[in-house]
Design a protein around this ligand. Structure first.
Ligand code: ATP
Ligand code: MG
Length: 717
């Protein structure tokens, strides 16, 4: 079996897969087979009997990657893989804390706060402490807390001289106290808790150190300090760490990831030399050449040589659209054309730098009736109605969960006003009890009667849930909480929301917990950890939309990298310092290297973003790609702004300046012109006639622009 497994690997891949039981670092560029090597190594270790599934811990970057790895391994080896720990850092720490909740000082039903929940908890805290959220913006407080947690620092070890930081430290401490009281854990806390527990509990540490013989980490360049420290602790002196990564794809420095961990690994685990893989199996030559040329502009790289024997392939297509709508229509038309040629939609991806860009695209996709799927955007588990239902579910598992209680205490409206809630909060603070306990304590008057009804509702849900399956419980909640009735009465958005609630029941029905007695908690955990990752309708062929960050590690036959404009990509927040710009360039490198066969780069000359019209200039990243690799696409007919919905392929895939040169308002294609603002350029294409002629000009300094001859003052050279 293991010979089959190894067939087709190139020599350095083979040596990495069959590396002896000691630590190693595979340092290699995009598409060189790092993930494949890592998966194959696990299969090889198991297949050759060197380790049992329980001796393996593997860290992947997303839950999706973990599931894929699991599936692939199940097909490769005839073992039950249950005992194997494969998952993201968060997922693995969650598993660890679930097993040792008592030692970790957590309730057995502890719940996870996702980033939005965490922000809500911080807002609530600021309010209860009467701290101005103008002076201390909740997002800034959140950043301070998470940044410190990711560096392993509790509030107690921090100190400051300036009053502002002092206050932040105080808020951090109060926030942790609030979370402890409520039995909830944020993402950064999952890791820090696990790390602290392992460091202070020698017996536990030794248990895991002797259990995990092999620790394998994908996308190692994006681990932060705490994650590295956690791995080191788990590895002890015996385990072998096998890490694969690419410094050129480090895209989480803004979140504290440290490429320096690669050097630490070499030192700490006695690895003499990284293993290098240089053959790229993913992309055709032109795409690889573009990626290589682009990343050359960064300095301080560890250096790599990537080559392919796949042939040059097609040129990279560049389309500079008059507007963001034109850009979206172009993409939709191209996708349709490719689909007609037999490309599958799921093998095409549209990537964008910022989530906000997806709206226009979605609009055009919906209009064209093209099925699409968004990763990490409109997350199913983040939709309002789903979060409401989940909050009820959380209360059935743990009524002391204050976040959940606040979310639904008056949803649907049941006459519990802000005043009543404030009184509850006051009582909870004064007596150090949860809001639920405060609500149960009751009192007199009308408010208490309403609260009593709510308490009885939750009690009854809790009781009945004990004898129901997970799906039945969710269904009961949707009906009895009043959520269904509330959305039935909402004519505007209700229908879609009800569909989502039904979908939630479906999700619960399709959920298989590890421990049936703990199904509710496991389901809630999966919902928090996997938000957005499996909203797709199973089996449907759909175009993939996602941010560049979310595309890491994935590959597609055709990729559209969109919004290539200064200020958008590179992002305006990172444009002005070298470090930020280099991270943006690595992000662009990640984007470009997702493509197997065909790569499109698109940008627009006007764009609505955050409610404002912008007229950006083309991204420098486009100019960093050698022109000989590009084919410039241009509109055959009028741009969509004035184009009736034509079904004919409106885009001409010809190089500029070729063929006939018809006269356009007195100008010719290929002619050199000078514009007072943009300087010298060459006419690439044009459209219109009579007095309404527009020209697309490639300006030496400003890239491609569409100009309307009624306004533009052009001079010939
Ligand atoms: P990234 O840096 O983007 O995460 P990677 O280095 O992890 O990339 P993989 O995703 O493992 O690369 O591999 C890229 C593609 O090349 C995959 O489709 C993989 O199956 C294929 N591949 C890797 N090695 C070989 C090989 N020896 N023969 C054929 N195909 C290979
Ligand atoms: Mg990979």
């Amino acid at each position: 079996m293991s010979t089959d497994l190894l067939a087709g690997l190139n020599p350095p891949q083979l040596s990495a897969v069959t590396w002896p039981a000691k630590s190693a670092l595979v340092l290699a560029g995009a598409g060189s087979g790092k993930t494949r090597v890592l998966t194959t190594r696990i299969a090889w270790l198991l297949g050759t009997g060197q380790v049992s599934p329980a001796g393996i811990l593997a860290v992947t970057f997303t839950n999706k990657a973990a599931r894929e790895m699991h599936t692939r391994l199940s097909a490769m080896v005839p073992y039950n893989l249950r005992g194997m720990w494969i998952g993201t850092f968060h997922g693995l720490c969650n598993r660890f804390l679930r097993a040792h909740w008592r030692d970790a000082g957590l309730p057995s039903t502890f719940q996870i706060l996702d980033s939005a929940d965490q922000l809500a908890a911080i807002k609530r805290l600021l309010k209860s402490l009467d701290v101005s959220d103008e002076k201390f913006p909740p997002k800034a407080v959140q950043g301070f807390i998470n940044g410190n947690k990711e560096n392993g620092n509790r509030a107690a070890v921090l100190s400051a001289h300036d009053p502002y930081t002092k206050k932040l430290i105080e808020l951090y401490a109060a926030y942790d106290a609030q979370c402890n009281r409520e039995g909830v854990v944020d993402f950064a806390e999952l890791l820090l808790r696990s790390y602290e527990l392992l460091s202070r509990n020698a017996a536990l540490r030794e248990h895991y150190q002797s259990r995990f013989r092999h620790i394998l980490v994908d996308e190692f360049q994006d681990t932060n300090r705490l994650q590295y420290a956690w791995l080191k602790l788990l590895a002890g002196s015996e385990a072998a760490i096998f890490a694969v990564g690419d410094d050129d794809q480090s895209i989480y420095a803004f979140r504290g990831a440290e490429v320096g961990n690669m050097r630490s690994l070499l030192n700490d685990f006695g690895v003499s030399e990284p293993i290098r893989l240089e053959q790229n199996y993913r992309s055709v030559g032109n795409i690889l050449a573009a990626a290589n040329a682009l990343i050359e502009h960064n300095d301080g790289r560890l250096g790599k040589n990537l080559w392919t024997d796949a042939g040059e392939g097609e040129p990279i297509r560049l389309f500079d659209a008059p507007s963001d709508t034109d850009e979206a229509v172009f993409i939709v038309d191209e996708v349709k054309a490719l689909a007609r040629e037999g490309w599958s939609l799921a093998d095409m991806a549209v990537l964008y730098r910022s989530n906000a860009q997806s709206r226009v695209l979605e609009h055009e996709l919906v209009r064209a009736g093209l099925p699409y799927r968004i990763y990490g955007g409109l997350r199913f588990f983040e939709r309002q109605e789903v979060k409401h239902a989940l909050a009820y579910l959380r209360l059935t598992a743990n009524p002391d969960d204050d976040n959940a209680l606040l979310r639904v205490i008056n949803v649907p409206a049941r006459g519990i006003g802000a005043r009543t809630v404030e009184n509850l909060q006051l009582a909870s603070r004064e007596q150090g009890i949860s809001l639920w306990q405060a609500a149960c304590a009751g009192g007199g008057g009308r408010a208490a009667a309403k609260l009593g009804e709510f308490v009885r509702l939750i009690e009854s849900l809790r009781q009945r849930a004990e004898t129901l399956t997970l799906a039945e419980t969710v269904s009961l909640i949707v009906d009895d909480s009043g959520l269904r009735a509330m959305y039935e009465a909402d004519r505007k958005e209700g229908e879609e929301r009800l569909e989502n609630l039904d979908e939630l029941v479906n999700a619960a029905a399709g959920f298989f917990p590890d421990d049936a007695d703990n199904a509710v908690v496991e389901f809630l955990t999966a919902a928090s950890l996997e938000a957005g990752e499996h909203q797709a309708e199973a089996g449907e062929d759909a175009l993939q939309l996602m941010t560049v960050h979310a595309a890491k590690g994935l590959e597609f036959d055709a990729v559209f990298v969109t919004g290539l404009e200064e200020g958008l990509f590179p992002h305006e927040n990172s444009m002005n310092d070298t470090k930020g710009l280099q991270e943006e360039r690595r992000l662009m490198y990640v984007a470009v290297t997702r493509a197997r066969k065909r790569l499109y780069l698109t940008c627009a000359q006007s764009r609505m973003l955050h409610g404002l019209s912008r007229y950006p200039i083309r991204s420098r990243f486009v100019d960093e790609i050698p022109v000989k690799l590009l084919r410039i696409l241009s509109a055959r007919s009028k741009p969509v702004m004035s184009r009736p919905g034509s079904e004919k392929a409106p885009w001409l895939a010809d190089s500029p300046g070729m063929g006939h040169a018809p006269s356009l308002g007195g100008f010719r294609l290929g002619q050199q012109v000078v514009h007072p603002k943009f300087g010298a350029g060459v006419i690439v294409t044009g459209d219109g006639s009579g007095s309404e002629v527009r020209l697309q000009i490639n300006f030496a300094e400003h890239g491609l622009k569409w100009l309307d001859l009624r306004y533009a003052k052009l001079e010939t050279v």
